[in-house]
Design a protein around this ligand. Structure first.
Ligand SMILES: NC(=O)c1ccc[n+]([C@@H]2O[C@H](COP(=O)([O-])OP(=O)(O)OC[C@H]3O[C@@H](n4cnc5c(N)ncnc54)[C@H](OP(=O)(O)O)[C@@H]3O)[C@@H](O)[C@H]2O)c1
Length: 324
């Protein structure tokens, strides 16, 4: 079967498309035939050896997928061949089939297509964990989302609205902001044109911003913290801008505010039941049409280099998906 392989830390152009053996389901595992594998920003890092996880070679990029159960191993209950499922395995999904622990799989409801389902687990899972478990976002609070048209950012716009927040989408172009508005954002800030701190202070009014969701970092972190409300919460989600920001701690003292880390990939291992509950909500909201995950483009496995370059070049709104 076909697989994209990373045989050494490399650029997108150096990834290889290879023929490898079909996987077999071991005890507790299911083999899933992949219909769609979604890419994330961290796939641009993992192949370059710049991510916190460094898988043994050769490995395939793409953490999350949707597909059809092909076979099940000994001891698997609750899943059968033919089931439509989705899941996250950290890396390894850019291939025609995978053997995965059955316990990580979530069934895809009728009416949710494979391409949308493929990109739900990481971005929406991270975001619901961030906003519900880490920020304790409350109805009526103001939420500012940086990188609001990206994978995690768009999820924060949509989930923030479902949780009853007023959402301020922040991004680098008017097209991206119009897109975020189309997914529910109440207000917008173009941080390529306008000073982020000033804009958030204006939109937050005297009270300030209750929660900042930041998957971008770089030059935007400190201005966003400076716009926080008394006892506001700033969520450290990621560093797509490349630079890991440093903050003067007096800002935290002066506002009695919190800087809260979000490490979803580890939380799901520490609290697998809680993660399942969270995915149940996400899948239901999709089935009800309350979440509208957006797939910007679908590439064949052979197109992975172009797909990863589009993500690194800030050209993607929503998600990019591979179809083996
Ligand atoms: N903490 C966790 O558990 C967790 C889970 C998933 C992802 N993450 C992290 O979250 C970050 C965002 O992931 P994502 O999948 O949402 O990425 P994405 O879809 O590529 O979106 C990232 C956004 O960051 C902005 N950006 C600013 N400077 C950039 C640059 N130099 N290169 C690329 N983008 C830049 C872009 O928006 P503008 O052009 O509008 O600025 C872009 O839309 C990554 O660092 C990822 O590793 C963390």
């Amino acid at each position: 079967m076909k697989a994209v392989l990373c045989t050494q830390f490399c650029t997108p152009d150096q990834l290889e498309l290879a023929d490898i053996a079909e996987p077999q389901a071991g005890p507790g595992e299911a083999v899933v035939r992949i219909e769609a594998a979604a890419l994330n920003f961290f796939d641009t890092l993992i192949i370059a050896g710049k991510y916190q996880h460094k898988p043994p070679f050769p490995f395939s990029p793409a953490a999350e997928f949707a597909g059809i159960v092909d076979s099940i191993g000994e001891g698997v209950t609750g899943f059968a061949p033919g089931d439509r499922v989705m899941g996250n395995i950290g890396w390894g999904a850019a291939r025609a089939a995978v053997a995965v622990p059955a316990e990580i799989l979530v069934k895809i409801p009728d009416g949710l297509d494979m391409e949308s389902a493929a990109g739900l687990t990481v971005t929406y899972g991270t975001t619901l964990y961030a906003l519900r478990e880490r920020a304790g976002l409350k109805r009526g609070e103001t939420l500012a989302v940086l990188g609001a048209s990206g994978g995690t950012g768009l999820a924060a716009v949509e989930i923030g609205k479902i949780m009853g927040a007023r959402v301020i989408a922040c991004a680098s172009s008017d097209d991206k902001l119009a897109f975020a508005r189309g997914h529910g954002a109440d207000d917008t800030v173009n941080y390529a044109r306008e000073d982020l701190r000033g804009a958030l202070k204006r939109l937050g009014g005297e009270h300030g911003i209750d929660v900042v969701y930041d998957p971008v970092g770089g030059p935007y972190a400190e201005p966003a913290v400076r716009a926080l409300a008394w006892e506001g919460r700033y969520l450290v989600v990621g560093f797509a801008a490349g630079e890991i920001p440093k903050l003067p701690l007096n800002l935290v003292l002066l506002k009695s505010c919190d800087i809260r880390g979000v490490l979803w990939g580890t939380w799901i291992k520490r609290a697998p039941q809680a993660q399942r509950a969270l995915m149940t909500d996400i899948v239901q909201w999709c089935a009800q049409g309350r979440l509208k995950p957006h797939v910007q483009a679908v590439y064949p496995l052979a197109g992975i280099a172009a797909a990863l370059k589009a993500i690194a070049d800030r050209k993607v709104m929503g998600k990019i998906v591979l179809r083996p």
